[in-house]
Design a protein around this ligand. Structure first.
Ligand code: RIB
Ligand code: CA
Length: 312
């Protein structure tokens, strides 16, 4: 029985690779893709999600538009990383597949109310606005969630958008606070982990040499996406943040972490969006999240490349 998931996303090149990995994996049943404002504004994330489904040859995948701004703050986007389109790198097009008319938040609520209890996993790849809004609007759905697996936050690695905060959490810290305090089972893929999943030249060449449309599209995306991190960190390549969420669903043995207390700063201007992870257990705050710290990067890229080979 395939695991039912909803992918909440702000594509974004790394989101795109995560969506391709999910659509290439029969272990997962993608009930829908819900777009949120983040890397680029909502009209673009909703458009990019559909382009990615068309690359994967899966135009029947339902794509929904969600919140166009964080719950209480103006949007902070990341064109400096992802380019003006959010998917700079490959040639893009106007997708033929239509956007669903239902709002993404209503889709999330309805799905969690109608699917069997505890059978739907939320894979979140962007700011948590859609999820925070759904939980606030319909708290009855929270016990129905099997698990949230979220890319976001940082502890040892600290911030990538400010000295203290990771982008997804920084954009909507109030939404992250709602999710972290909701009692839902949550597994977090922070920068501590994703910065160990770098698309080196050898790994990117492996995408390109797949010889299919998906491999070329992926290589062109990551070749654009990597320049920001290479310049900033002097790293060997782009950290493939979001695909680690999907890889965890497919092969959790590739990951190690700790069940600890994780809370988020929502007041201080200096540390807004910082995830305060009690990795060393120095507080009496109750553990509420599995915070991942390490990844078998070669195993991750082998899995990813093998799955991308299955797509057109
Ligand atoms: O900080 C990395 C996260 O921010 C990733 O999800 C990337 O796509 C951006 O949304
Ligand atoms: Ca993202």
């Amino acid at each position: 029985m395939a695991r039912k998931i909803i992918i909440d996303t702000d594509p974004g090149q790394d989101d795109a690779v995560a969506i391709l990995l999910a659509l290439a994996s029969p272990e997962l049943e993608v009930l829908g893709i819900t777009a949120v404002a983040g890397n680029v504004p909502l009209p673009l994330t909703a458009k990019n999600a559909r382009i990615i489904c068309e690359v994967a040859g899966r135009p029947e995948t339902p794509v929904f538009a969600g919140c166009d701004a964080p719950l209480t703050r103006p949007l902070v986007s990341a064109e400096h990383v992802h380019g003006r389109t959010g998917l700079d790198g490959p040639e893009l097009w106007e997708p033929e597949m239509a956007l669903q008319s239902q709002h993404a938040v209503d889709f999330i609520i309805e799905t969690l109310r109608t699917e069997p209890l505890g059978k739907v996993t939320l894979a979140t790849l962007g700011p948590l606005t859609n999820i925070g809004k759904a939980f606030s609007q319909a708290p009855d759905i929270i016990p129905n969630v099997a698990e949230i697996v979220a890319m976001g936050g940082a502890y040892f690695e600290v911030g990538n958008i400010t000295p203290a905060a990771e982008f997804n959490i920084y954009v909507d810290p109030e939404a992250a606070d709602i999710v972290l305090k909701s009692g839902v089972k949550i597994t977090i893929m922070p920068l501590d982990l994703t910065h160990k999943a770098l698309v080196t030249k050898r790994r990117n060449d492996a995408f390109r040499s797949l010889g299919n449309r998906t491999g070329t599209f992926t290589a062109e995306m990551t070749e654009f996406f990597e320049r920001f991190d290479k310049e900033k960190y002097g790293s060997e390549g782009a950290p493939l943040h979001d695909p680690t969420v999907i890889a965890y669903l497919l092969a959790p043995e590739l990951f190690t972490g700790r069940f600890i207390n994780v809370e988020v700063e929502t007041q201080s201007d200096l540390t807004l969006g910082m995830t305060v992870a009690d990795w060393w257990g120095v507080t009496d705050r109750a553990p509420n999240a599995t915070f991942m710290g390490d990844i078998d990067a070669d195993g991750f890229f082998t899995l990813l490349t093998q799955r991308l080979a299955r797509l057109p």
